[in-house]
Design a protein around this ligand. Structure first.
Ligand code: MRU
Length: 353
């Protein structure tokens, strides 16, 4: 089952409502680009590749619902839909990457409006299928880094739910498991939204991969005491030098791993690399509602005192120097990242020509 899929009968976008997992598996249907943007903002769908593809289908919905009678009007509507979708979440570059890819295709095409509507839907579908294929390729490359018997610390959710299907870092772990390697996963619970404890644990149960959930602040202990051999996480945006923005807490995890000589791998499709940014300090970091921090309960009780305030950055930047390798669909990249990243991006562009 795909995390998000075009519903051919209803001509709309069907997505798993990830806010309800693991308690309930329910779908949500989006009929307009604005509804897709709101689903992205509210975390119905999350994970960089998944929100990129959701945005592409959002563009397809804008096109399908358009009543424009001429090309400039049609373009204007698409540009506006693109703006709304891009603004939904600022850190993952996959969102603007997907919107821009659709807009570029439209600008360069001389097709009629009705043909364009079909072409845009086809392009979104293509991005969805490509995402699955790219994840499989990353999994194959990344699984070579995992040894039989490894215990791996994993942060956030990077599985099928964070993508169209299969996953990035969790896809690598799944591939290693399915190839017969014995792996054990220490699942960072990933506060404040608990993507690890809720979503990664749910996925691992289904794949039959052994795991234990750990509180985020326990990771250093496991690394220091030799109880974890690797760290794997995904990425929402990677700068040209290899600095990578990922779920808040990734930086501390990478620091602790580095201090203990444990390899750290990030698994990112080349669409997550933003070559326009020289370093990670330039990546916009989403700050979400303090309610996500303040609303936590323990044993049925609200944790914080009434009137407490909170800060809630959703991502942090792990400097490239803390990364051992970057797994992409074109292979594993090692330092110097600023040179080797450019080479694999060129390979990807070459593939598309
Ligand atoms: O806020 P989220 O749940 O969208 O954050 C997701 C992550 O940080 C993932 O690690 C990231 O998107 C890369 S893996 C698909």
């Amino acid at each position: 089952m795909r995390t998000l899929e075009w519903d051919v009968n209803n001509q709309n976008l069907r997505m798993i409502d990830q806010r309800l997992l693991p308690g309930e598996l329910r779908f949500i249907y989006c009929n307009t680009a604005a509804e897709v943007a709101s689903a992205i903002r509210e975390m119905v769908v999350r994970g960089a590749p998944a929100i990129g593809v959701a945005a592409a289908f959002g563009m397809a919905l804008a096109a399908q619902r358009s009543r424009a009678v001429n090309r400039p009007q049609f373009l204007q509507e698409l540009q506006e839909a693109g703006e709304t979708l891009r603004a939904a979440r600022p850190t993952a570059v996959n969102l603007s990457w997907a919107v821009n890819a659709i807009l570029k295709m439209v600008m360069e095409s001389s097709a009629s409006l009705s043909e364009l509507k079909h072409l845009i839907l086809d392009a979104a579908q293509c991005l969805a299928d490509e995402d699955v294929a790219i994840n499989r390729r990353m999994a194959e490359h990344g699984a070579q880094l995992i040894n039989d018997g490894d215990t791996i610390i994993h942060h956030c959710n990077t599985g099928a739910l964070a993508t169209v299907d299969w996953g990035t870092a969790l896809g690598v772990i799944r591939y290693a498991h399915e190839s017969g390697k014995h792996v054990h996963v220490l699942v960072d619970e990933t506060r404040p939204r608990l993507q690890g404890a809720r979503l990664t644990a749910w996925e691992l149960q289904q794949y039959g991969i052994p795991f234990d959930i750990i509180s985020d602040n326990a990771a250093g202990y496991f690394l220091q005491t030799g109880q974890a051999q690797k760290v794997f996480f995904g990425g929402d945006r990677m700068a040209a030098n290899g600095d990578v923005a990922n779920k808040i807490g990734s930086y501390m995890l990478a620091l602790a791993a580095h201090d203990n000589g444990i390899p750290v791998y990030t698994v990112v499709p080349t669409s997550t690399v933003d070559l326009t940014l020289a370093h990670g300090g330039l990546i916009p970091i989403e700050e979400r509602s303090p309610e996500e921090v303040l609303g936590l309960q323990f044993q049925g009780q609200t944790v914080v005192p009434r009137g407490a305030t909170a800060r809630n950055p959703a991502f942090d930047v792990t400097p490239a120097r803390l990364l051992t390798g970057i797994v992409t669909e074109n292979g594993v990249i090692y330092p110097p990242f600023e040179i080797n990243l450019l080479k694999v991006i060129k390979t990807s562009e070459g593939d598309q020509e």
